[in-house]
Design a protein around this ligand. Structure first.
Ligand code: HPA
Length: 290
């Protein structure tokens, strides 16, 4: 029977196991969303571990998510990347979904980069656009599903962490600057990501609600990892790849599907991968003080 709750020692055990297998000391962790695992191909001196071989690690069950942890250097920056993440809709507790983030913290990581595939709610967004995440709406969290629910482990962070500055301002400014240098046709979008639990895609009425709430993109991940990362003091920044425009009217004959998400992910993923590797040069060397 796999665990649903972890002790501090469980996280330490996993971190120590990984430390015993690689000499690389990652400073930056990247969570690769659906179809975005190609970023690991850019790593030099890569060493990878299947989730099934890592003590306490959950398994990824979603097509398009490989289920590997890859260590290596991206533009000289020592990194660890998750090729495949864990989702609430797979049935995992949010403690499980976020387990790797605390392990990264114990490994000495100071910055977490989150990526995901998302549906565009903002009518200005096109399929293939990249949205820099400025903020999020934790919809499951507002209804009680929060990864920090339960006893607080003070060794990771405070009981009541702030979330108003979750997405690092300096990294967002840098991201805009680097995007300009890339001379892409489309502008870099920026906005609010709303997490829904999934696994079904949204109804028309739900999309209208989410848009009214002020969200620009909708997806089924990311927010729990960001909350746990900020709780333990990691610097966070991230991107949504807009893989589909959500259906906003009852006349439309289109429906969202996972294959569409993977296919458009494939086309735009290279652009996002190049963008993230350029940003690696700009990540400050130190832990964020918060
Ligand atoms: N809704 C929720 N999650 C998603 C979507 C969507 O339209 N596209 C990609 N992930």
């Amino acid at each position: 029977m796999e665990k649903e709750e972890y002790t501090y020692e469980d996280y330490q055990h996993t971190a120590n196991w990984l430390r015993s297998k690689t000499t690389l000391q990652p400073q930056v962790a990247v969570i690769c969303g659906s179809g975005l695992g190609g970023l690991t191909d850019k790593l030099t001196k890569a060493e990878s571990f299947n989730y099934k071989d890592i003590p306490n690690f959950p398994q990824s069950t979603v097509p398009g998510h490989a289920g590997r942890l890859v260590f290596g250097y991206l533009k000289g920056q020592p990194c660890v990347m998750m090729q495949g993440r864990f989702h609430m809709y797979e049935g995992y507790s949010l403690r499980k979904v976020t387990f790797p983030v605390r392990v990264f913290h114990l490994l000495g990581v100071h910055t977490l980069v989150v990526t995901n595939a998302a549906g565009g709610l903002n009518p200005k967004f096109e399929v293939g656009d990249i949205m820099l995440i400025r903020d999020h709406i934790n919809l499951p969290g507002l209804c009680g599903q929060n990864p920090l629910r339960g006893p607080n482990e003070e060794r990771f962070g405070t009981r009541f962490p702030a979330m108003s500055d979750a997405y690092d301002r300096d990294m967002r400014l840098l991201a805009h600057r680097i995007w300009e240098q890339m001379k892409e046709q489309r502008e870099l979008q920026e906005g609010t990501y709303v997490m829904v639990a999934g696994p079904n895609f949204e109804t028309v009425a739900e999309c209208m609600l989410l848009q009214k709430l002020g969200a620009d993109a909708v997806g089924m991940s990311t927010v729990p990892e960001v909350i746990v990362a900020r709780h333990c003091g990691l610097r966070v920044f991230g991107f949504s790849l807009i893989t589909n425009k959500v259906i906003m009217n009852y006349e439309s004959h289109k429906t969202a599907n996972h294959q569409e998400v993977l296919d458009s992910g494939k086309n735009a993923a290279q652009k996002l991968e190049e963008f993230i590797s350029r940003l690696m040069d700009c990540v400050p060397q130190t832990e964020k003080t918060c």
